[in-house]
Design a protein around this ligand. Structure first.
Ligand code: F6P
Length: 327
């Protein structure tokens, strides 16, 4: 195999804090190893529309601490079609780009995989999503910062909850995964958590809520947006439809604030490790793998296996939450 002269890096799907730290690591590691590096603007759309820029050492200065992604991101519909992928490949070829690094979620990896097989171009995936729902890695870029943001928000909500003896149903992101919700609930001292992976006994929950309200206890319940009922609003409606009429129940939907902000120490460190590891993997001739973190170490996972994981490995947190709950 001839040596790769240039690589391209893109961010795809939802932005996540730490993506910039990763872009910096990919760019600088590539330059260190005498490989040219292009940043693709707005994910796969930029690949199709030929929007790429050469990244220099300085271009990626002072971005390690910034949330979002300096390259822009998108969920590309065009890239699902072979004619657009063909155009994307031509754009890479024209710039003598021999490999692609994709920072994103499993949807982005699937796109990359198809592209790689179709055009015989090496692709390396780096898990980037606050949802932490990718198989084969304990960690995805942005998960830690999002959790810290959620915990911080719940701390603030708690002030009102305890002052007014209220129940707050706090809705968090996570798409179809409850991993974010479960971890946030365990670390914020929530009483209960609702997740897409489980169907909770609503009769039992109703009883607990009634008891807490009568006892004038404040409580926090974390609800994943992908929960079977549909989220915090729907859970509140359900409680009300069961006759739990109380002006001491409120919802708080945290929304996109969970994706923003400066990355935490962990997100900066792991993003940096993964960015460098992706470049080294390409130098070793690896392709169609995801670099991830397992038990603290950088690992390589076949892209085929880097799909959505929906059942949290750490479901034991649920037992912990319930054991320590005021309910
Ligand atoms: O995948 C990250 C994520 O933030 C999910 O948790 C959420 O369901 C989704 O993206 C929201 O996407 P959008 O920003 O397109 O509304």
């Amino acid at each position: 195999m001839s040596k790769i002269q240039n690589i391209a890096v893109l961010t795809s799907g939802g932005d996540a804090p730490g993506m910039n730290a990763c872009i910096r690591a990919v760019a600088r590691a590539a330059i260190y190893h005498n490989i040219g590096v292009f940043g693709v603007v707005d994910g796969f759309n930029g690949l199709v529309e030929n929007r790429m820029k050469a990244l220099s050492y300085d271009e990626v200065s002072n971005i390690i601490q910034r949330g979002g992604t300096i390259l822009g991101t998108a969920r590309s519909e065009n890239f699902k079609l072979p004619e657009f992928r063909k155009r994307a490949y031509q754009n890479l070829k024209d710039r003598n780009i021999g490999a692609l690094v994709i920072i994103g979620g499993d949807g982005s990896f699937k796109g990359g995989q198809v592209f790689s097989h179709e055009h015989n171009i090496p692709v390396i995936g780096i898990p980037g999503t606050i949802d932490n729902d990718i198989n084969g890695t304990d960690y995805t870029i942005g998960f830690d910062t999002a959790l810290n943001t959620i915990i911080d928000a719940i701390d603030k909500i708690r002030d009102t909850a305890s002052s007014h003896h209220r129940l707050f149903l706090v809705e968090v992101m996570g798409n179809n995964s409850g991993i974010l919700a479960l971890n946030a609930a365990a670390a914020s001292g929530a009483e209960e958590v609702f997740m897409p992976e489980r169907k909770e006994d609503l009769d039992e929950f109703e009883e607990k809520v009634r008891r807490a309200l009568i006892a004038k206890k404040s409580s926090i319940v974390v609800v994943a947006e992908g929960d079977a009922l549909g989220g915090a609003k729907e859970l509140l409606t359900e409680l009300k439809s069961r006759g739990v009429e109380s002006d001491r129940m409120r919802i708080a939907i945290l929304g996109h604030m969970q994706r923003g902000g400066a990355p935490t120490f962990l997100d900066r460190l792991q993003s940096t490790r993964l960015g460098e590891a992706a470049v080294v993997a390409l130098l070793k001739g690896e392709q169609n793998i995801m670099v991830g973190i397992a038990n603290g170490n950088v690992v390589k996972v076949d892209l085929d296996d880097a799909q959505t994981k929906s059942i949290p490995k750490n479901m034991q947190y649920l037992k912990l939450i319930r054991k320590l709950s005021v309910y």
